[in-house]
Design a protein around this ligand. Structure first.
Ligand SMILES: O=C(O)[C@H](O)COP(=O)(O)O
Ligand SMILES: [Mn+2]
Ligand SMILES: [Mn+2]
Length: 546
């Protein structure tokens, strides 16, 4: 994995720093764009006075099945880190189902065999067609296959979305799904929703930001401990009438009949966690599979056959049993740099820490070289982010500035969570504040990078804060009965900025002949800035020598 010194690009004399503004895209429209509405004089100045282009950050450009699919942090950071586009989980699972490959694997056989020995087959995961963590069609295909293979009892534990899809769309999924289950049910096939709750309340925590979410999920799904309802529909309507929260924040619920939960998880059962994306799947998978486990009190661990849709962590091999092979993201930028003696530094706050480490390195939680790599996590607040839209951007910047000044690192990367995490709340004013807080940090950080003779790349992994209003099919802003705009909480399909901030006469310019450039073109660019030629099969660099 030796990198060749470039004959065209001299190594940047100072550090090269990639700044990922998570969820900050470039929208073609004005209304609902918190990025444009925010007063960001610094970002505006960098965009206007340094070489800038736009990068594709969604759809096939990042390995998603189609160009209707928005980008997300996983595919975006995978593309940054790998310098190439790999078919991603969403696509691999869909292909594995349509080819029938999934049903031929060991994992599926073991799951079905367990259920046919008298256990219940449980499916747990994010219940929408967002295609970021999961897709409801994958769930349906598995239920139908289980029925066909003679499984007698299936229970569903549904995590309501409202984050990758419309903020109050839960019933648009639940109601037709109940009708679908009615069509499948027979004397030989007993299938029902057993539990659920909003994805930001239960089960889907990430990067150990808040284990109490996973504990709440465990109690609901496994132990059947929680407020009881006759149906998911009733639970959703009741919670909505009691509190003004969007789907992702709905509390957990247990479906029960005569006071008895319909589907607790017990010895001899099989459990499939049907999300393909790993960040929010790791903690619950650990809870189901680790014999020694300290994050919360599980009670006696039920002996179940547990399978993930994919293997979520290539380093820890979690979970050991999985239905679809994850993409083999190899020879990443981080690995090349480590093998060529280049020092690296990665920093973010908890909510995005794994994005610049685990996702960046091709879904591996470890380092390539302990001695050459420093990873820093600034603990995130555990509050609704519309209440603290500045999040930890100032603290991250304090620490990063010290790292840049130390001169110890040749290559640094940072993710600022604000545009994305606040964008997901659907709160327009908070997203504007988030962007303004971020802008202040750029004004602190960039001058230090330039002072150290370094180069900064300002970019993003996908859009989010750039579209805060839900649009109808014709592209018009949707309004509720009182005439208020409806919030859009999900990512966007918009491109993202790529700004190259360096000192005078850097010796290179942006190429003009890459109209379809995307996030995967950034890695080769970074290697060139560090004075190396990129590996042959990396997507082309965005710069050329003067
Ligand atoms: O997990 C989430 O918060 C959303 O589904 C996607 O957001 P991210 O891809 O930016 O993490
Ligand atoms: Mn992101
Ligand atoms: Mn996001």
């Amino acid at each position: 994995m030796k990198l060749a010194k470039s004959s065209r690009f001299p190594a940047c004399p100072g550090p090269v720093v990639t700044i990922v503004l998570d969820g900050v895209g470039i929208s073609p429209r004005e209304d609902g764009d918190a990025v444009k509405a925010a007063r960001t004089p610094n970002l505006d100045r960098y965009m206007a006075s340094y070489p800038m282009t736009k990068l594709l950050a969604h759809g096939t450009a990042v390995g998603m099945p189609s160009d209707e699919d928005m980008g997300n942090s996983e595919v975006g950071h995978n593309a940054f880190g790998a310098g190439r586009v790999f078919a991603q989980g969403a696509k691999l699972v869909a292909e594995s189902i349509s080819s029938g490959h999934l049903w031929q694997g060991h994992a599926w056989h073991e799951v079905v065999a367990t259920a046919k020995q008298g256990g219940t087959l449980h499916f747990l995961g994010l219940f929408s067609d967002g295609n970021v963590h999961s897709h409801i069609d994958h769930l349906k295909a598995m239920i139908e296959q289980a029925k066909q293979e003679g499984v007698a009892k299936v229970r569903l534990h549904i995590l309501l979305d409202g984050r990758d899809v419309g903020e109050t769309s839960a019933l648009d999924y639940v109601d037709p799904f109940e009708a679908y289950l009615n069509g499948l049910r027979s004397p030989e096939f007993d299938v029902a929703i057993a539990s659920g709750g909003g994805r930001m309340q239960i089960t889907m925590d990430r990067y150990e930001a808040d284990w109490s979410m996973v504990k709440r999920g465990w109690d609901i799904h496994v132990l059947g401990l929680g407020r009881q309802f006759a149906s998911a529909h009733e639970a959703i309507e009741t919670f909505r009438s009691e509190a003004n929260v969007i789907d992702q924040d709905l509390p957990g619920f247990v479906i029960a009949k005569d006071g008895k939960p319909l589907g607790t998880i017990v010895d001899g059962d099989a459990v499939v966690f049907f999300n393909f994306r790993g960040d929010r799947a790791i903690e619950i998978s650990r809870a189901f599979t680790e014999a020694q486990f300290s994050p919360f009190e599980r009670g006696p661990l039920p002996k179940v056959t547990y399978a993930g849709m994919m293997q979520y962590d290539g380093d820890t091999k979690l979970p050991p049993r999985f239905l679809v092979e994850p993409p083999t993201i190899d020879r990443t930028l981080g690995e090349y740099l480590a093998k060529n003696g280049i020092t690296q530094y990665a920093i973010s706050e908890t909510q995005k820490f794994g994005h610049v480490t685990y996702f960046w390195n091709g879904n591996r939680s470890g380092k390539f070289d302990e001695a050459l790599e420093t990873y820093v996590e600034i603990p995130s607040d555990v509050v609704p982010f519309e209440q603290r839209p500045w999040m930890k951007c100032a603290e991250i910047t304090d620490t990063l500035i010290a790292a840049v000044r130390s001169g110890k690192y040749r290559y640094l990367r940072v993710n600022y969570a604000n545009g994305d995490m606040v964008g997901h709340t659907g709160n327009f004013e908070a997203a504007v504040t988030a962007m303004q807080g971020l802008d202040l940090q750029l004004a602190r950080l960039i001058p230090v990078i330039l002072e150290m003779n370094g180069t900064a790349i300002i970019t993003a992994d996908h859009g989010n804060a750039d579209e805060m209003y839900e649009l109808d099919k014709k592209g018009n802003v949707t309004r509720n009965a009182e005439g208020r705009t409806k919030a859009k909480t999900s990512h966007t399909l918009n491109p993202v900025p790529f700004v190259l901030v360096s000192g005078e006469n850097p010796g290179f310019k942006l190429r003009q002949d890459l109209p379809k450039a995307g996030l995967s073109n950034v890695a080769a660019t970074i290697l060139n800035l560090l004075g190396f030629d990129a590996p042959e099969d990396y997507d082309p660099s965005l710069i050329e020598a003067n």
